[in-house]
Design a protein around this ligand. Structure first.
Ligand code: SF4
Length: 478
């Protein structure tokens, strides 16, 4: 397993084509907009090497018997799934933000399970190809980004009926030795600082849309692949130095739009090429695993946010107030509800034909549905307790100014003994972790709220519930 530093060096050996704010980045891994996300992902590597966290951060590879990062390990049991949620909470606590690596992890598990079933049904050889790829990911401790969401164009039309056929990633050419793909994927977490991009379909498709059912792995610097790094709330602050930048780890996952301009993918890296009837299954499984995650990582992030909010209240002398305590308790209640759901969905997991275990889809989708509400409510309470300073605090430059800085320090002082600089750091962290970028990520990441409700309704089995009601109430009729 690599150290965080080795991970950064391994990326610097690659030459991806990355754009940000209208310019091509010659050294993306040194750019202040990308560095925070690189540092956060580095923590996933460093903690895996720390014996104190070995149980939660590492696992034994079923392919080689060697110790591997849990971020490259398949879920072979309930225990693996529970440990994964524990790992996400730990990393959320250590970084206070998104550490990006879980999308690829869930993608690896989804492709493993679906290629197995596809081969059984269709006589293809995708599973063996994927096994070889996974072995390399584990051996080299690679970070894989999961690229699922297409740009989608006119959402009332399926991919193959769009005015521009490229609005969903699709196969434009089939060669003896591979396929050529074109299109774009957007909102892709941690893509710039990943070694590999796992391309997955965004939805199931009938035979006429077969070219849109494509899953494959593409190196970050593959010819024809361009990454455009997205903007975030307050992102220009990352290019400043000082307290206004927030923590070294930034906020959310450094998302990019990925443009595939006729990228050739050799056969050994192609794991689905036209099997539209299995594309939906892949999406569903990936989504279930990833939606459960949010009860782990967001709980870890909220632990830091809660701590920061309580400390800010302490600095203002309000933390002992019964109303403030009750609001903090309400935050705890929502965070632990999410965590409990993630653990519950793992505890009720079931074994798939390929041997790995899938979380309970109803609970996993309920976790994510709760996150779409609770993260906003937790943020609201943090705003409520933190006060107007969260949106009006003067800049770091003003605090450093020789004429006005001293006055600002005097008038922004809190409780005696509580440093004004610490107070400002708390304010900036809370501001970042309750910003539009953070909230929208919680709402739409791993699927928008309605996507969860569709699965929840399907999984809830209302007919069975009606049967129970009939029986208990002694109703007549069927
Ligand atoms: Fe992982 Fe959470 Fe970030 Fe998704 S939002 S990649 S689950 S840390």
């Amino acid at each position: 397993m690599m150290t965080g530093q080795q991970y950064v060096e391994s990326l610097k050996r690659r030459k991806p084509r990355v754009f940000y704010k209208g310019k091509r980045l010659e050294s993306p891994y040194e750019h202040p907009a990308i560095l925070p996300h690189l540092r956060t992902a580095s923590v996933t590597y460093d903690l895996a090497r720390d014996p104190k966290h070995a149980e939660v951060m590492t696992a034994t590879s079923h392919l080689t018997g060697k110790t591997v990062s849990r971020f490259t390990h398949l879920f072979w049991s309930v225990d693996d799934l529970v440990k994964k949620i524990g790992m996400l909470r730990l990393l959320g606590q250590e970084t206070g933000t998104c550490f990006q690596r879980c999308v690829g992890l869930d993608g690896l598990n989804a492709i493993w399970s679906v290629t197995y079933e596809m081969d059984q049904a269709k006589g293809t050889d995708y599973h063996a190809r994927f096994k070889a790829f996974l072995e390399r990911v584990q051996r080299e401790d690679l970070m894989s980004a999961g690229a699922m969401t297409d740009t989608k164009g006119d959402r009332s039309l399926p991919p193959w009926k769009q005015a521009d056929p490229d609005l969903y990633v699709h196969i434009v050419e089939r060669r003896k030795d591979g396929v050529v793909i074109r299109g774009a994927k957007t909102h892709i977490t941690g893509a710039v600082n990943s070694h590999e991009i796992l391309v997955m379909p965004t939805l199931g498709v009938p035979p006429e849309g077969a070219d849109y059912a494509v899953a494959c792995a593409i190196p970050i610097d593959a010819p024809g692949l361009t990454l455009v790094f997205g903007r975030q709330s307050n992102d220009e602050r990352k290019e400043e130095e000082g307290i206004d930048c927030g923590t070294a780890f930034g906020v959310v996952g450094g998302e990019s739009t990925l443009i595939f301009e006729d990228v050739f993918v050799p056969n050994e890296r192609v794991f689905m090429a036209g099997e539209g009837d299995f594309a939906g299954l892949l999406v569903e499984r990936f989504a279930a695993w990833h939606r459960a995650n949010y009860g782990g990582c967001k709980a870890g992030n909220a632990d830091v946010l809660l701590g920061a909010t309580a400390l800010l209240a302490e600095g203002s002398g309000t933390v002992g107030n019964a109303i403030v305590k009750d609001k903090l308790t309400e935050m705890v209640h929502m965070v632990e509800t999410n965590f409990a759901g993630a653990i519950g969905s793992s505890a009720l997991a079931k074994k798939l034909p390929a041997g790995n275990w899938l979380v309970d889809a109803l609970l996993a989708n309920t976790v994510k549905q709760n996150v779409t509400r609770f993260v906003y409510q937790v943020a609201r309470l943090a705003h409520d307790i933190g006060g107007g300073i969260l949106s009006t605090l003067p800049s770091d430059a003003d605090f450093k100014n020789s004429e006005v800085g001293g006055l600002l320090k005097k008038y922004f002082a809190g409780k005696q003994g509580f440093s004004t600089d610490d107070k400002r750091k708390l304010v900036r962290y809370i501001e970042g972790m309750t910003s539009v970028s953070t909230l929208v990520e919680a709402l739409h990441g791993a699927g928008s709220p309605q996507a969860q409700r569709i699965v929840m309704f399907r999984q809830a089995n209302l007919q069975e519930k009606a049967r129970l009601a009939r029986k208990v109430l002694g109703l007549e009729g069927k």
